[in-house]
Design a protein around this ligand. Structure first.
Ligand SMILES: *Cc1c(COP(=O)(O)O)cnc(C)c1O
Length: 358
């Protein structure tokens, strides 16, 4: 069975076997070697300077890392504008409400790119009303629709206004380009089990050390400042998902050997294009134009007369797990991710299954 859902992904045998390493106590030096290797390899994914950036690991799925980032990086007196154009943007706004972080959502159509001029106007209006925003939060790859957001344009807005940018990079980190050199970028939250091809259970926040210095600690378990401080001292506050760390380290070794982020991007782009072209030839269209889409996952329109459930079940019988649209979108679209250990031949077989449907 091959997984074409947005994580967990189809593992390589090498990563799967890494789960069978020795039982390990998280207070022993071997665990801290593992933790250190994961943290330094995560910095290398985007060639980050360890003096400026740190990778903070935690146990939990991608949402834990996003929650840790949102609840920690915005200082007590900070104010956050949250861009919402899908499920994951809404989730960040809900986190702000729950932690009582001063924030406002900026809601846009799920089918359109965020309008940079509207964002700028909202930031400027707040500043002239005496309630300026200090931070902007955005989902890099909105997995709801497969939209890749233009981080550069938003970072420019932030830089011009001395705001800091928080990025949910859960489904883009490791594959899509992220400009960590932009001084407005404060943090990116991500996970082991999407573009890095590890298993669920380990997630992390890449955070600028200067932003850690002004962090607040609204949350106990996910307190980014405490996690960072202890991990810098080869320590950990709680029992981590040791086996998920084994798999993350093995996945990162493999990632580097395979050519790093540029190679992964190329691989995903080729597979995503193969799916797009193959489905288009059968009259199944993408929801977004390729230029606005990630290479990680794409949404397609359900053909007339075909329900998602039937499509799902027939493809599953052929050995593929696809993904429904979220909420109301489940009636009109389906999603196909090209993350994980997949080849061109796998996509050929997937397209053959589609052809048999009609
Ligand atoms: C997968 C994903 C998450 C996290 O979801 P989990 O179920 O916690 O792994 C967050 N943001 C985006 C954009 C995602 O694609």
């Amino acid at each position: 069975m091959l997984l074409l859902n947005p994580g967990p992904v189809t593992l390589t045998e090498r990563v799967r076997r890494s789960l069978l390493q020795p039982d390990l106590c998280h207070r022993e030096s071997e665990f801290f070697d593992l933790q250190e290797e994961a943290r330094s390899r995560l910095l290398r994914v985007y060639a980050l300077d360890p003096a400026e950036w740190t990778a903070v690991l935690m146990t939990g799925s991608g949402t834990a890392a996003v929650e840790s980032m949102v609840a920690s990086v915005v200082p007590a007196a900070g104010r956050l504008l949250v861009l919402e154009n899908g499920v994951y943007g809404e989730r960040m706004a809900q986190m702000c409400a729950q932690y009582r972080i001063a924030h406002e959502p900026l809601t846009g159509s799920w089918m359109d790119a965020p309008d940079v001029r509207v964002v700028a106007a909202r930031l400027d209006a707040a500043a002239s009303n005496g309630t300026p925003f200090t931070h902007l939060a955005v989902v890099h790859h909105e997995t709801t629709t497969g939209r890749l957001t233009d981080l550069k344009a938003l970072a420019e807005l932030c830089r011009a206004r001395d705001l800091r940018l928080l990025v949910d990079g859960v489904s883009s980190f490791g594959a899509e380009d992220i400009d960590f050199a932009d001084p407005s970028l404060a943090a990116v939250a991500a996970t082991a089990n999407k573009c890095l091809h590890g298993v669920p259970g380990a997630s992390f926040v890449m955070v600028r050390r200067t932003s850690l210095a002004t962090a607040s600690s609204r949350t106990y378990y996910l307190d980014l400042g405490r996690l960072a401080a202890l991990q810098d001292q080869r320590n950990t506050p709680f029992t981590p998902a040791v086996h998920a760390y084994y798999a993350l380290v093995e996945a990162l070794r493999e990632f580097e050997e395979q050519g790093g982020r540029a190679a992964r991007y190329k691989q995903y782009a080729a597979l995503a294009e193969q799916v797009r072209a193959g489905l288009a030839a059968m009259g199944i269209e993408g929801v977004l134009p390729p230029a606005q889409s990630s290479v990680v996952l794409r949404a397609y329109r359900l053909p007339e007369g075909l329900t998602y459930n039937r499509l799902h079940d027939e493809l599953k019988a052929g050995g593929f797990v696809i993904y429904a649209g979220q909420g109301d979108l489940s009636r009109t679209l389906f999603r196909i991710s090209t993350m994980g250990n997949l080849t061109r031949a796998d996509i050929d077989r997937l397209l053959t299954c589609f052809a048999k449907l009609r």
